[in-house]
Design a protein around this ligand. Structure first.
Ligand SMILES: Nc1nc2c(c(=O)[nH]1)N[C@H]1C(S)=C(S)[C@@H](COP(=O)(O)O)O[C@H]1N2
Ligand SMILES: [Mo]
Length: 400
């Protein structure tokens, strides 16, 4: 598929070429917690739950989470700016590195693939606001279900290797990242993120490939930042500018958005917001059921294989437990062998045989190496931005 001209593909998608497929997806697709996938689809994407088309805000349906790697065309999409470039000249594209470096760099895609060590990592990309709609009272922001996450194998080069090539000056401390979806550096509202040098480890990569293919346009073609274990607000897409500074720039998206109360419970109330905040960074432990869904109908006394995914910040999932009696008792699910590494989803499955007709609720709870486990949904601390929800997941099926 010709990817350089996104707009052309948009028109094609809205026209006769893919309309039939989209309509079919709209009638057979799985709703997530009552939400249906939309009738239209974006280029390189199948029909997904659509919150907005400008900017594109697309969520994966629950059924996506029965597989450990998220197919690129089912991967959720989040952009902040209504204007994203609709055309990228792959040959002319450069990542510019400047600021407190010994040598400014202008890195082409070809340089990236030829001049640096190539590395891959499988890592979960999750919006900090994923599952926000589960908070009561309502927290501000897009009312995501739990499909604002995905897991992919990313290929690219280490950010550290690029910075090493440029040579950091002694007083270098902060690294600013800017995508192509906005105005010049330091202009507001610009989607710029900053990382402190201390947050930089070898796992942070500048990725140009996702699950063995070029990044889909909407997931940041041609390159994006991948920061395994952390929420994806800093995983800057269409990354074109890296600026090294010695001072924190207090940018809008760093200082206002994506922050939570800086107290031990990370909690506050709508009436009494906590005055001091900190950025959301490391992901907490979470699991999500991909099958069955709330629409599934099963026969009494038949075997249901519950499937889903679990992950954390890379500490390591040690177990997933399943309950079919509202959390009174829990059984161990079987985890996959974890060969995709500690930043990947761990797949889980559990066979369950209902013995009574009517509704039955199936719950999943993940536990990690640090002994952290998911709280009941009602016990998740509330914050005004609706970040970091990780309540125990639940689906209710019909037994006939
Ligand atoms: N350039 C750019 N990068 C961005 C954003 C953006 O608006 N612009 N949004 C961030 C946020 S908040 C999220 S959740 C992820 C979403 O990545 P995805 O669209 O590939 O799922 O991209 C991050 N990187
Ligand atoms: Mo996000």
């Amino acid at each position: 598929m010709e990817r350089r001209d996104f707009f052309k593909k948009s028109l094609a998608a809205a026209g006769a070429v893919s309309l039939a497929g989209s309509l079919e997806a709209a009638t057979t697709g799985q709703p997530i917690d009552g939400r249906k996938v939309s009738k239209i689809s974006f280029p390189e994407k199948r029909a997904l739950i659509t919150y907005s088309d400008r900017p594109p805000l697309l969520e994966s349906p629950r059924s996506t989470f029965s597989s450990v790697l998220t197919p690129n065309d089912e991967f959720f999409v989040r952009w902040h700016m209504p204007e994203i470039p609709t055309y990228i000249d792959t040959e002319a594209f450069r990542i510019n590195v400047s600021g407190l470096v010994n040598k400014d760099l202008s890195v082409s895609l070809k340089d990236l693939k030829a001049d640096y060590e190539q590395v891959t990592v499988t890592a979960v990309l999750q919006c900090g606001g994923n599952s926000r709609s589960a908070f009561t009272p309502t927290a501000g922001g897009i009312q995501w279900g739990s499909g604002a996450m995905g897991n992919a194998t990313w290929k690219g080069v280490r950010l550290r290797d690029i910075l090493e090539r440029a040579g950091l000056k002694k007083d270098a401390e902060w690294i600013g990242f800017n995508g192509m979806d906005n105005a010049a550096y330091y202009e507001t509202p610009s989607f710029i993120r900053e990382l402190h040098l201390d947050e930089l480890d070898d796992h942070v990569i500048v990725a140009y490939e996702m699950n063995g293919e070029d990044l889909p346009y909407l997931n940041g073609y041609p390159v994006r930042l991948v920061i395994p274990g952390t929420y994806s607000d800093s995983w800057v897409k269409m990354l074109s500018k890296i600026v090294v500074t010695n001072e924190y720039q207090k940018l809008f998206f760093m200082d206002v958005a994506y922050r939570i109360p800086d107290n031990e419970c990370e909690c506050e109330t709508p009436e009494k917001k906590f005055p001091k905040t900190k950025p959301i960074t490391k992901m907490n432990v979470k699991s999500f059921i991909g099958y069955p869904t709330n629409e599934t109908v099963v026969h009494n006394n038949s075997h249901i294989v519950v499937r889903g995914v679990a992950f954390d910040d890379g500490t390591g999932i040690t177990g997933v437990k399943i309950s079919t009696d509202a959390g009174k008792t829990w059984q161990d699910a079987i985890l996959d062998n974890g060969e995709l590494g500690r930043y990947s989803y761990r797949g889980f499955r559990h066979t369950f045989k209902p013995n009574q007709q009517g509704k039955v609720t199936i719950m999943s709870k993940a536990i990690n190496r640090a002994g952290e486990e998911q709280p009941f949904a009602a016990d998740v601390p509330w914050n005004h931005g609706g970040y970091k929800f990780n309540g125990i997941d639940a689906v209710t099926v019909d037994v006939i």
